[in-house]
Write a protein that binds this ligand. Structure first.
Ligand code: DGY
Length: 348
């Protein structure tokens, strides 16, 4: 009798187990994760709820056919890198697609109206990368000010000199720092630079910001004024129609001769031919760039020949912790969309 009962319990347990697994495997939402390198820790919260379809190892935008297969019928797309999500990929996802979660703060590379026209939500990952990008801005600022590229080249070329006036740089202490774009990243840059005893921090924009007051930054009404006054110009604005190519021959000419120009926003903010010219002719002192046009920069690009230009290959947010944070925030947005809840960081 006891044996029969036990058998019956086992049978019911097996049946329940089988039914749950079946339902789960058929009803789990599918998430296409374009970059197979997205950190596992950042995807943890998706794993129990969703079927993750990871992009192929060599998933570059060149392999559209592969991506179309992978995105077929998915409920969510997690998109990293700066390639434009082609119409064909969105078509492949089709009507199931609820959310396009970009694993980036910037959204200038997205065809937002195309995605939105399909009733698909969009999210990005602002905030979590502010500290890392600000650190890279400080690195570029100091590197360009202290002629680090020129110094390294001198060592490599056996041109190390010992005279007193050799490779003199420019000081942050007591200087005027102009921040173009006092948003999350700009504020983090400003706070860090204060520790270098800068003279004053100025910023421009549409109107003064309370956050600016909190750190004693001074609002200047025009870009022109900021450029004329600043010893360091640090750019952290998003790329939009309004900001595209705002740094060009005219604006470089408005800067001080000792100006150090740093860009951690987007390459599209700058006319790079004009920047090369300004650096070559010493119209400005030096530049530090994490972003440029085009990316990747061709190996024979004139920027690479300039001793007064410090370059990073778009690594502003590239720290272990920050990339996990970005993936995690994108995952949370995906889950919010799947649960019909408000997105944490929507792109409107
Ligand atoms: C961003 O998140 O926009 C950074 O540029 C890294 O891609």
């Amino acid at each position: 009798m006891l044996n029969t009962k036990l058998h019956l319990i086992c049978l019911i347990w097996l049946l329940i187990n089988f039914m749950t697994t079946e339902t789960m495997s058929t009803s789990r939402p599918k998430v296409f994760i374009k970059d197979p390198d997205l950190p596992e820790e950042g995807l943890e919260i998706l794993k129990s709820r969703c079927e993750l379809i990871r992009g192929a190892k060599d998933n570059s935008m060149d392999d559209l056919a592969k991506m179309i297969q992978e995105a077929n019928g998915v409920d969510a797309i997690m998109w990293s890198g700066h390639g434009v999500p082609n119409k064909e990929i969105l078509d492949a996802a089709g009507p199931n697609l609820k959310i396009f979660a970009s694993v980036s703060a910037g959204v200038d590379h997205l065809n937002i109206s195309e995605i939105k026209s399909r009733g698909v939500l969009i999210s990005n990952t602002p905030g979590v990368l502010n500290a890392a990008v600000a650190e890279s801005a400080v690195l570029l600022t100091l590197g360009a000010a202290r002629r680090i590229e020129e110094g390294r080249r001198a060592i490599v070329n056996g041109e190390w000199k010992t005279n007193f006036n050799w490779l003199l740089g420019t000081d942050l202490v007591g200087s005027t720092v102009g921040i173009v774009g006092l948003g999350g990243i700009g504020m983090n840059v400003a706070r860090r630079l204060k520790a270098f005893d800068v003279g004053r921090i100025i910023y421009n924009g549409h109107k003064p910001k309370p956050a600016g007051d909190e750190i004693g930054a001074i609002f200047v009404p025009s870009l022109n004024e900021l450029l004329k006054e600043s010893d360091f110009i640090i750019v952290a604005v998003p790329l939009t129609k309004e900001t595209a190519l705002m740094f060009n021959k005219t604006t470089f000419a408005q800067m001080k001769k000792n100006a150090v120009f740093v860009n951690v926003g987007r390459g599209g903010l700058v006319n790079h031919d004009d920047l090369v010219e300004a650096l070559k002719t010493n119209t400005i002192f030096a530049a530090g760039l994490d972003v440029m046009t085009p990316e990747p920069l061709p190996v024979d690009h004139p920027l690479l020949k300039l001793p007064n230009c410090v370059l990073m290959p778009h690594l502003g947010s590239a720290t272990v912790k920050t990339r996990i944070g970005m993936a995690n925030l994108a995952s949370k947005n995906v889950l919010a969309a799947l649960d019909n809840k408000p997105l944490i960081t929507p792109v409107n």
